[in-house]
Design a protein around this ligand. Structure first.
Ligand code: TYD
Ligand code: MG
Length: 450
């Protein structure tokens, strides 16, 4: 028998909600479910505030990036603010965890540890302690005897993660699973894990460099664009408050092959140095790229050759972003091109200059987003002028003189104090239309127009 539906409500008169079942969204309680700030500013930034009670988060990264360190520090900080925390040590013995915590100053009361690899022990530990935050390090090291396969197998990882996420939801604890990622970037264990959790964080960094970047790959409770930056030191991870200053720390003004650009990481503009080294190749020309998109660099080498007469085709080309930073967005194009040209001719670009802009196939400069933010950051770090695509973002930054260019050729002319080309220093292009092009700007060949 069907029950009679309540009479349709008149405007403004919402019928009282039933005790269970559908609830008006506006009546749902959020106050009891605020994110718990971990107290690590860079982590909280990426989590848009902190860990949400009842949620499941996966922290992925290659071995040695600092996942265990980061989470231990987070637990200590949460415990210091009165939260009861449980660390499930599935890979390390408790005394090893204690030793590390001691070194980090993270052995505070309020952080509990259980050495366990089987699911039942973990579930029991959570039921007994009733923690607000549970970290399982790592999901690949635990198993459920009811599931086929050993720890780390696809089925085990998936089933264990699912059971733990369900447990977190029921108990209201925030769950964080550590997941090791292989060199190829896939979670050892299935990518399907990403669907089982609310948030997927990726911790990246070269183990030989101090810098680490934390990014949200998936986040149900906030935007995914933010990046947290950390530096690994003797006492664990420290948030990097002023990354631009860090990236420019060792820069020598006035060296050939060096330019500065301002990529946006997440929502944060960063000022970084691009360095290029161009050398004549004896064999097949090689390209070495660090911190940039290698395909993009190849593209720019071709555009420089065909559209601006900067012939790099038979050269070995090395390009990198210094300090372990990345600049994988097209806004770095112009700086890469200028660094390559500068290295080729052995002359530095204007001092105090940043270059921001995308370069198109036709050698034209294309505008990029967030220009005011980028210029403001450059100004804050003392840069005096910015070379950008026309039309310029006028009045965007008080202390930065904005120089607009329409094409790569125009930009080269504006970037070098002696103009472009530096006739006596630039290597003569080998052949083809570029070689016959008159010097100076503005001369477009028919080929370029067509
Ligand atoms: P770890 O957190 O164990 O990485 P993961 O859990 O991702 O495998 O730490 C990785 C590296 O960081 C380790 O090889 C040593 C280094 N490290 C420091 O430099 N300083 C420190 O204070 C700690 C705890 C680790
Ligand atoms: Mg670890």
């Amino acid at each position: 028998m069907e029950e009679a539906l309540p009479a349709p409500a008149r405007a403004g008169a919402v019928p009282p909600p039933p005790t269970s079942g559908p609830v008006a969204l506006t009546e749902v309680d959020m106050e009891g479910h605020q994110p718990m700030a971990t107290g690590l500013a860079e982590l909280d930034r990426v989590l848009s505030g902190g860990l949400l009670p009842g949620s499941a988060t996966l922290l992925g990264g290659e071995p040695g990036t600092g996942k265990s360190t980061l989470l231990l520090q987070a637990l200590a900080s949460l415990a210091a603010s009165g939260r009861r925390c449980l660390l499930v040590a599935a890979e390390e013995a408790s005394h090893q965890v204690r030793r590390r915590a001691h070194r980090l100053g993270a052995d505070v009361p309020g952080v509990f540890v259980v050495e366990a690899t089987d699911l039942a022990t973990i579930v029991e530990g959570v039921a007994r302690l009733q923690p607000e935050v549970v970290v399982v390090d790592s999901v690949q090291a635990i198993s459920d005897p009811d599931v086929a396969g050993g720890a780390g197998s696809v089925a085990q990882v998936r089933e264990c993660a699912q059971s733990l996420a369900r447990m977190a939801k029921a108990s209201g604890a925030a769950l964080v699973l550590v997941g090791h990622v292989t060199k190829e970037g896939s979670l050892a264990g299935p990518r399907t894990l990403e669907h089982l959790v609310d948030t997927v964080l990726s911790f990246e960094g070269d183990r030989y460099l101090a810098l680490r970047a934390l990014r949200a790959v998936k986040h149900r409770f906030g935007p995914t664009g933010e990046t947290g930056l950390f530096e690994m030191g003797e006492r664990g991870l420290a948030g990097v408050a002023d990354p631009s200053a860090l990236f420019l720390g060792d820069r020598r003004e006035g060296s050939a092959g060096s330019t500065v650009t301002v990529p946006v990481e997440g929502y944060r503009p960063l000022v970084v140095e691009v360095q290029a080294l161009v050398g004549r190749s004896s064999q097949v020309p090689r390209r070495f790229v660090t911190g940039l998109d290698p395909g993009r660099v190849g593209f720019l080498v071709a555009v420089l050759d065909r559209r601006a007469g900067v012939a790099l085709g038979d050269c070995d080309v090395y390009v990198s972003v210094t300090g372990g930073a990345r600049a994988c967005e097209p806004a770095a194009d112009l700086a890469i091109c200028l660094a390559l040209a500068s290295s080729l001719v052995g002359a530095p670009v204007r001092s105090g200059l940043v270059a921001i802009g995308e370069v198109g196939l036709g050698g034209e400069l294309r505008r990029v987003g967030s220009m005011p933010k980028r210029l403001a950051e450059a100004g804050r770090l003392g840069f005096k002028s910015a070379l950008v695509p026309a039309p310029a973002a006028a009045g965007a930054a008080r202390d930065v003189e904005v120089v607009a260019a329409r094409s790569l050729r125009e930009a080269l002319g504006a970037a070098f104090p002696a103009g472009w080309p530096l006739a006596e220093r630039q290597r003569a292009p080998r052949s083809g239309p570029a070689a016959r092009r008159p010097s100076g700007d503005g001369g477009r060949t028919l080929r370029e127009i067509g």
